[in-house]
Design a protein around this ligand. Structure first.
Ligand SMILES: COc1ccc([C@H]2[C@H](O)[C@H](O)[C@H](C)N2C)cc1
Length: 449
């Protein structure tokens, strides 16, 4: 391995209580909210086909006009208590809020930038009341922070001249000041979700990103920061030049999920997902495929079955309300989580052979393994192949009328669980109580006699 000064400083997952809490939460809510919600993907009758929060970079958008949108930011219907209530109903255990996206507009009255809510008609702090409302519901808050800042004259994508380096040096002081300010203003936050760290200016400055992460940890012990912040001294991101994960969890799963256990190498990880194909901020017209609640639930289940967290993104409108499709998804997921949440919270990779009908999730540290059935076989029988020296002690379902009879032993450590022929309109859950046992199959034979 290469001798790295600014590569990964820890091998393996964090084992402290803060990380264990994050790991048990499994379902998060991402919120992208800012000036981009005002145009909502359209400008002067034209539709922007990119992601709404990137509209400033659209050739049809005069940047000065975008930058002046702060004069219209006045979310008269913003009710953070309602936001927190609906997130709590959905079953989200943490929330990530954009304090500042790439456009540089700060949703808190920053001492270090005039480009904030303080200059808007709204005037007031947006972040504080949100953190308080979510924390009051027992939901942890993480602060999304974009390193890229199109509003800051000292920001540079690349350092081409000595003048660039001098300006960028000032910019790094500004970044450190804002992050310090955020931790001082909102001491209950559990971590940062960094973004906008792919440019050369940042990638080629691994030592700064490393020092910044260590500075933040000293300032606020226990902070959880994913792999997007850091670069090592050779410009490697997420994984250092020795292939070791930097940060506290793999944060690269954006609008995509790992397929199998081998894809995550035993690391903590988090997937973030949009409901439409690729819109984070509010976009008036969602084009393309819009994920149903069952699709999002299956992604959540798949994430938990692979030992990761799943975060669903919402883009509130400029007035502070949520669009119908997003409210619908929160309500449908809420109904499912109220019945099946025990399979998700504290869930992790069961280490069982994957079957076509769906996913296994182990309640971490126990012999309880949940089966979440997403694809009901026309045969009506679910194949369960237990690892060696594992016996099946009990089988129950979280809802009534799912299973018919007792499991049928069909081979060594292999069973069919027969389903009651009800057609299901959502994934359903069966709980397997197993036990480590030197004798194979000893479980159900006892039950059968
Ligand atoms: C260039 O491809 C990108 C760049 C940035 C993103 C940003 C989105 O604006 C959103 O904030 C997402 C979490 N982030 C990765 C997404 C895709």
């Amino acid at each position: 391995t290469l001798p790295l000064e600014h590569g990964a400083h820890r091998i393996g997952n964090r084992t402290d209580a803060d990380m264990a809490r994050w790991r048990s939460q499994r379902l998060g809510q991402f919120i992208h909210w800012g000036l981009y919600a005002i145009p909502g993907g359209e400008w002067k009758g034209k539709t922007y086909n990119g992601a709404a929060e990137w509209i400033r970079s659209w050739k049809e958008m005069p940047q000065q006009e975008y930058d002046n949108l702060y004069k219209q930011f006045n979310p008269v219907n913003y009710q953070p208590e309602e936001w927190a209530q609906q997130a709590n109903d959905m079953g989200a255990k943490y929330m990530i809020i954009t304090t500042k996206h790439h456009d540089g507009f700060c949703l808190w009255p920053s001492k270090y930038s005039k480009y904030s809510v303080a200059a808007s008609p709204w005037k007031k702090d947006i972040i504080g009341p949100m953190v308080d409302a979510y924390n009051k519901k027992g939901i942890d808050v993480y602060l999304y922070f974009s390193i890229i800042d199109w509003n800051q004259p000292d920001w540079r994508a690349a350092l081409k001249t000595p003048a660039d380096s001098i300006a960028y040096q000032r910019f790094k002081v500004f970044v450190k000041n804002q992050l310090t300010e955020l931790l001082q203003r909102y001491p209950t936050v559990k971590g940062f979700w960094f973004d906008g760290t792919w440019d050369d200016s940042w990638k080629n400055d691994g030592s700064f990103s490393d020092e910044l992460e260590q500075y933040l940890q000293r300032l606020h012990p226990g902070l959880i920061i994913g792999s997007r912040l850091r670069a090592d001294e050779k410009g490697a991101r997420h994984f250092d030049s020795n292939g070791r994960l930097m940060g506290d969890y793999e944060q690269g799963w954006e609008r995509k999920l790992p397929e199998k256990s081998a894809d995550v190498h035993g690391n903590d990880w988090e997937g973030v997902m949009t409901i439409p194909e690729n819109q984070w901020g509010y976009n008036a017209r969602w084009a393309g495929h819009i994920k149903s609640s069952n699709e999002l639930i299956e992604m959540l289940v798949k994430s938990a079955s692979l030992g990761g967290n799943f975060v669903i993104n919402f883009g509130p409108k400029s007035d502070g309300t949520f669009r119908t499709e997003e409210v619908q998804r929160m309500q449908e997921i809420s109904r499912w989580m109220k019945i099946n949440g025990s399979a998700i919270y504290g869930g992790t990779d069961a280490g069982f052979a994957k079957q076509d009908w769906g996913y296994y999730i182990r309640k971490s540290g126990t012999d309880s393994v949940y089966m979440v059935v997403c694809n009901v076989p026309v045969s009506g029988q679910l194949r369960v192949k237990l690892p060696a020296q594992t016996t099946l002690v009990n089988v129950t379902s979280l809802e009534k009328n799912i299973i018919s009879g007792t499991p049928e032993l069909i081979g060594k450590n292999e069973y069919f669980i027969h389903l009651d022929h009800k057609n299901q309109d959502a994934p359903f859950v069966i709980l397997l109580q197993t036990s480590k046992d030197s004798r194979d199959n000893s479980g159900f034979e006892k039950a059968k006699t």
